[in-house]
Design a protein around this ligand. Structure first.
Ligand SMILES: [Fe+2]
Ligand SMILES: [Fe+2]
Length: 151
């Protein structure tokens, strides 16, 4: 069996993934300009991955006899990922993505520790895999940030 802390972190991670999907999608639609094209494409790919993360977390919660949260239990937290007033401000979106990915990395690291402590290897494995995906996203957008800061 697992701990309350594992359940709590899984539920938090589920909400974060859903908020990420919403904000990546909105930004992928809102951004304008030639320079935004690559970022929009990358966001669109990530939306599918983040949605897949949410689904796997939700299924794990169910296996643990718990439930993922729905919208009434949800608190939005991604302030820096709100679409910029200037729809060509690609750098603002890149920085928002970096914040979101950093946050996800922290949550999955915490989940790995909590799952290990609770002797829940399946949740631990899932968290390790998702951590790998988020680190890859973070690395990709760190590269974008370098390029956009230079110009
Ligand atoms: Fe994710
Ligand atoms: Fe991600």
């Amino acid at each position: 069996m697992t701990s309350d802390r594992v359940i709590e972190l899984l539920r938090k991670a589920y909400g974060d993934e859903m908020e990420t999907v919403m904000n990546y999608q909105t930004n992928a639609i809102v951004l304008d300009g030639v320079r935004a094209e690559e970022i929009k494409e990358s966001l669109q790919q990530d939306i599918q991955e983040e949605l897949g993360h949410a689904e796997r977390i939700g299924q794990r919660l169910k296996q643990l006899d718990a439930r993922p949260p729905a919208s009434s239990e949800f608190t939005a937290r991604q302030d820096s990922l709100q679409p910029p007033e200037d729809s060509t401000d690609v750098l603002s979106v890149i920085r928002g993505v970096l914040d979101a990915e950093k946050d996800a990395i922290e949550t999955y690291r915490e989940l790995i520790d909590a799952a290990e402590e609770a002797d829940d290897p399946l949740t631990e494995d899932l968290a390790v895999e998702l951590l790998g995906d988020e680190e890859a996203h973070h690395t990709e957008f760190r590269g974008f940030e370098k390029e956009y800061r230079r110009d």
